[in-house]
Design a protein around this ligand. Structure first.
Ligand SMILES: NC(=O)c1ccc[n+]([C@@H]2O[C@H](COP(=O)([O-])OP(=O)(O)OC[C@H]3O[C@@H](n4cnc5c(N)ncnc54)[C@H](O)[C@@H]3O)[C@@H](O)[C@H]2O)c1
Length: 285
């Protein structure tokens, strides 16, 4: 169905992105094994995917038999050893380099030698993960966007160590999932976040300087650039904490003042005003 050499895909992490990735890969016809630290969390994730699929059936967007088949292709485990036979593993756990490095070292021991080990990191250096394995040529980034089933783009991150075959296989996998794959070098922020975050940061700076109100800036960027939402609505959606860690990673890498998070963002994070998820960010929800 998918036309690649990959048949079994392992997903590590059952958070927002893990669940989306499992759905995307199973929809494309892959057998998917989701591994979480607890069996309960892994099972809950499958239930969440099932709920989403059931909604699509209700809306007439998906046949019930197809939904059942997709769900039937996903299994859940708390045992890392179950990933041994995977042709591709996509790591999507918390954005923490030490945790990801430890996992890649474990995967190296477990996954068959020809298996590709990929990360869904948004900002971390992929080469650091490649270098804790004995197969740095088979490690790359496959960066999906949130929500993964709906967003069309996938960035394929090429660390200095990756082989052409690995990058080609990762791109073919993303394409087989119905995504537009773009290749990018292993630099903080890759393409999208490296270009998006200076804009978001500068929008907050403009507001700090009193140039215009939040609402005016959002209205201006929607109406003037045809963006689906303005910068403050987007920051609230992404989460101020996530936005701050992305800006910090970009600033650490490039030392460009456009990436230096403006004080308002840091203070709002300290105050727990993280956006939609805490019901208060630049706007109230
Ligand atoms: N949320 C987004 O918009 C988005 C978009 C693209 C990529 N990403 C990337 O995807 C990855 C996951 O992000 P998310 O938004 O799904 O996060 P999340 O917080 O929803 O999920 C994180 C997962 O990591 C697991 N985890 C935490 N500590 C762990 C540990 N020590 N060992 C193993 N697992 C552990 C958690 O149990 C959870 O399943 C990150 O690398 C993030 O940068 C996120």
């Amino acid at each position: 169905m998918h036309g690649t050499n990959i048949s079994t895909v392992g997903i590590l992490g059952s958070g927002i992105m893990g669940a989306g990735l499992a759905e995307v890969a199973a929809r494309a016809g892959y057998d998917v094994i989701v591994r979480s630290r607890s069996q309960a969390a892994a099972d809950a994730m499958i239930a969440q995917v099932g709920k989403g699929l059931a909604k699509q059936v209700e809306r007439g967007k998906l046949e019930a038999t197809e939904a059942e088949a997709i769900l039937g292709r996903i299994s859940a485990t708390d045992h890392l050893g179950k990933l041994a036979t995977c042709d591709l593993v996509i790591e999507s756990v918390v954005e923490d380099l030490a945790i990801k490095k430890a996992l890649f070292a474990e995967l190296e021991q477990i996954v068959k030698p020809e298996g590709i080990l990929a990360t869904n990191t948004s900002t971390l250096p992929v080469v650091d993960l490649a270098m804790v394995t004995q197969r740095p040529d088979k490690v790359c980034g496959i960066h999906f966007f949130n929500p993964a089933p709906a967003m069309k783009l996938v960035e394929i991150i090429r660390p200095l160590t990756a082989s052409d075959e690995t990058i080609a296989a990762a791109s073919a996998f993303a394409t087989s999932c119905g995504k537009d794959a773009v290749e990018v070098k292993d630099r903080a922020g890759f393409i999208v976040n490296a270009l998006l975050f200076p804009y978001l940061n500068n929008a907050v700076r403009m507001w700090e300087q009193g140039t215009a109100s939040l609402e005016s800036i959002d209205t201006a960027m929607k109406g003037g650039c045809n963006f689906p939402m303005g910068p403050f609505a987007l920051l609230d959606l992404v989460g101020l904490d996530t936005s701050l860690s992305i800006l910090d990673a970009l600033y650490t890498e490039f030392r460009d003042p456009n990436y230096a998070a403006v004080p308002t963002i840091r203070r709002m994070v300290a105050a727990g005003q993280l956006g939609r998820k805490t019901k208060r960010g630049f706007y109230q929800y």
